[in-house]
Design a protein around this ligand. Structure first.
Ligand code: FES
Length: 354
């Protein structure tokens, strides 16, 4: 056993390493290289090669399962395992697409690791520290090492693995692109119209209970949340239609009106406006009776009802679109047509500062 530098014996359980003459310690060297099965036996090498290729091909199968499930096991449309639109259809869709994608990604990683551990050279190497920029000679050597490495990795000699790897890496992006094929359809002119325009002279009905509203029901400074009377749960895409058609009616003293054009679209001070904020579409559901301002709770856009719901504060750029209203023979409020302009956030062909 070596002694400590001062000549004393090392503590129990601690072995001292003798210092090299002139300072430092002797290079302990590398442990002896132990060859792997595939290094020693040709059949073992072939077996490892087939395992790697099989993993890449399992990845391809995972990708195919994902793509097939994306179109055949959908949550709302075709589903070969469950009834269309049911909750178990969603469960099956998530399960199979998730498993397919997981298998596709997992086996690419597993194949790469197995390839590296069983077939690629694993001899330990030592590289001495050197200046950051190598000499030209060293760079040439490095390029040679890379070339040799490629040679030794056997890429050129293992066409089976390379073909399987290329297949798996080519197939995987297709799984990512598959969902793009189901985007759409384009909205067409759906953003320009609401259910009010589909069926002219519909009555304005209370949101939720659907009862129509008479002019005489609307007290001064009151507010009602309204929907088209004909819009029911039987209407196709009724949730989307409700989201677009939502409106509010308020009654103000006509003497307060600052906007004659807006007042002309109402009846006796009863005015109807879209409830969808022209900023990013929150419901404008707060009404200040004293100021006649409507407030959007999301970012505090404020609209002046006495002035055609113009924006007086906040990030919205357009007034709330107004819904012209009239009174039918029985005294109920009706809408002769659609809003004066598209509802909701401004988009590409709506002037932002209108
Ligand atoms: S959504 Fe109404 S202010 Fe932003």
């Amino acid at each position: 056993m070596n002694n400590n530098l001062d000549g004393s014996s090392p503590a129990r359980g601690v072995s001292a390493i003798a210092p090299k003459e002139g300072g430092g310690f002797p290079n302990p060297g590398l442990p002896p290289h132990s060859p792997r099965q595939a290094d020693l036996s040709k059949p073992a090498e072939k077996r490892a090669e087939r395992v790697v290729a099989a993993m890449f091909l399992l990845s391809v199968i995972g990708t195919i399962v994902f793509i097939a499930a994306y179109f055949l096991v959908t949550p709302l449309g075709t589903n070969i395992f469950a009834e269309e639109g049911s909750s178990s259809a969603l469960w099956w869709s998530n399960l199979i697409t998730g498993l397919g994608f997981a298998v596709a990604v997992f086996f690419i990683g597993a194949a790469a690791v197995h390839w590296a551990k069983t077939l690629m050279p694993d001899e330990e190497m030592v590289e001495e520290r050197h200046d950051i920029r190598s000499s030209d000679e060293t760079r040439e050597v490095a390029a040679g090492i890379i070339t040799d490495g490629l040679e030794e990795s056997g890429i050129a000699r293992r066409p089976l693995i390379v073909t399987a790897m290329v297949a798996s890496l080519t197939a995987l992006p297709i799984a990512v692109l598959a969902p793009l094929s189901t985007l759409g359809p384009l909205p067409g002119n759906k953003l320009h119209h609401t259910f009010w325009g589909q069926n002219p002279r519909q009555r304005l009905a209370r949101d939720h209970d659907g009862t129509p509203i008479k002019l005489s029901d609307v007290a001064m400074n009151s507010i009602f949340h309204v929907m088209p009377e004909d819009l029911t749960s039987e209407t196709p895409y009724h949730l989307e239609e409700r989201a677009k058609a939502a409106a509010v009616i308020v009654r103000i003293d006509p003497k307060l009106a600052k906007n004659e054009e807006s007042m002309a679209m109402g009846v006796d001070g009863v005015l109807a406006f879209s409830k969808i904020c022209t900023h990013v579409g929150c419901p404008v559901a707060l009404y200040e009776q004293q100021t006649h301002h409507m407030l959007c709770p999301c970012h505090q856009s404020t609209f002046d009802v006495t002035d055609g719901a113009k924006v007086i504060f906040g990030p919205a750029h357009r007034p709330l679109p107004q819904l012209p209203i009239e009174v039918d023979d029985e005294g109920y409020l009706v809408a002769p047509g659609d809003f004066t302009e598209p509802i909701g956030p401004s988009f590409w062909n709506i002037h932002k500062d209108k």
